[in-house]
Design a protein. Structure first.
Length: 407
């Protein structure tokens, strides 16, 4: 496949690979019309966003993007915001026009004691708004939940477990994939067991750092600088520090601990920083991988929160990445293998390094990647033939097709 030729939206896995589990497969015809529980027979979608993590604002902007692009003639959308304290509310409609410009980041804020609740016993998946001093109001029945929560208490399997208990279809990965995908330590353990290449790293628990800093420093001696000190269970590059000496370690640990008591310290990898979007499959089809994209950062030590979302630094997103055809296929193959190693569903973005020798080293997987219209995940699929509105439709369709319970 030529680099300047957009691939088909179906079967982007490398058919020539020696691993048949990721070979290209044809599309399965699907019905285009479903009868839903929403108004006028539309499919009722609960759009869940905000949350308790440090990525709250990113989730709000992601929800704004989805709300603006979703097909309103096909879907009846009920937006549900989660405050930073965990309260589920019906948000101010203006919040769903948010972006990351201006002095203040968008936030879900409760303006009353009203709280949205999802019944765990009702087979109709009824949403209600309840107050301490009045009769509950039924908001409607839910056909599917679209959770665009990033970080802990939303992307880490906790919310997914709640939805599984309620027997509600939902977009994205299940409990195990979400939990392992949120924890950079266990994520790497799974990848290594699947035979995927990961970079050298050390894990530092809160107890390790409090009781045995000398032992931590001794373990780090096997790693080569620069090192990246990261919260083990955070995203959007929040709390990450690049260090070039052990003198910088205490301050880096202090910053990481603001997001997570568990820290992972990774050796820097020399190579291109490349991302690949993976989309789940219908029936017995195999996952699909997009054209990979490359992140080129100037004016910053790495692709940090400010570079990703606030326009700071000189950031170039190149799709497709400037790689040979052979390496592009290797990246896509690796992305699918990472997706399947965690038994992901729906969507994930796999981030890798491509070394000067052409080796693909897996950095991490993101089971609910940034999903604004300009985020890398939808941008890579747009370049691969699936525009943003169609991508939203495809993810909801995948969720509705997926069986409830063990699978």
């Amino acid at each position: 496949m030529k680099k300047d030729t957009l691939p088909s939206a179906i079967g982007l896995a490398n058919a020539a690979s020696s691993r048949p589990k990721t070979a290209a497969v044809p599309s399965v015809p699907r019905p285009s019309v479903r009868q839903g529980s929403g108004k006028d027979g539309r499919i009722s979608v609960a759009l869940l966003f905000g949350g308790r993590s440090s990525e709250h604002a990113i989730s709000v902007v992601t929800a704004s993007g989805v709300m603006g692009a979703i097909d309103k003639e096909k879907y009846d959308v009920i937006p549900i915001g989660i405050t930073k304290h965990g309260q589920w509310i019906i948000p101010d409609p203006e919040l769903l026009n948010s972006n990351l410009e201006g002095d203040e980041l968008p936030e879900v804020v409760a303006t009353s004691e009203g709280e949205v609740m999802l019944s765990l016993l009702d087979a109709n998946h009824t949403l209600q708004e309840v107050w301490p001093d009045r009769v509950p109001e039924v908001l409607g029945q839910i056909d599917v939940v679209f959770p665009v929560l990033h970080g802990p208490f939303g992307e880490d399997g906790t919310l997914q477990g709640l939805l599984e208990l309620a027997d509600v279809p939902y977009v994205g990965c299940g409990v195990i994939a979400s939990a392992a995908g949120m924890d950079k330590h266990y994520m790497k353990v799974v990848f290594e067991s699947a035979g995927l290449k990961v970079g050298p790293y050390e894990v530092v628990t809160a107890r390790d750092w409090k009781t045995n800093q000398a032992g931590v420093i001794e373990r780090l001696a096997r790693l080569q600088f620069p090192l990246f000190v990261k919260p083990a269970r955070a995203g959007s590059s929040i709390g990450i520090t690049r260090i070039t000496s052990l003198d910088e370690l205490p301050a880096a640990m202090e910053l990481a601990h603001k997001s997570d008591p568990k820290v992972i310290i990774e050796q820097g990898i020399v190579g291109q920083e490349v991302e690949c979007a993976v989309l789940g499959s219908h029936g017995d089809e195999l996952p699909r991988a997009s054209l990979p994209g490359e992140v080129v950062v100037a004016g910053a030590d790495f692709y940090d929160f400010e570079s990703k979302y606030l326009g700071e630094g000189d950031v170039t997103l190149q799709i497709p990445a400037k790689l040979s055809d052979e390496v592009i296929e290797k990246v896509r193959q690796t992305a699918i293998e990472a997706f399947e190693a965690l038994e992901c569903e729906g969507l994930s973005r796999v981030d890798v390094f491509v070394t000067p020798e052409g080796e693909v080293v897996v950095n991490e997987i993101n089971t609910m990647p940034g999903f604004t219209p300009i985020s890398m995940y939808p941008a890579m699929w747009a370049a691969s033939g699936i525009p943003y509105p169609q991508l939203i439709d495809e993810l909801i369709e995948l969720a509705l097709e997926r069986p409830i319970g063990l699978r």
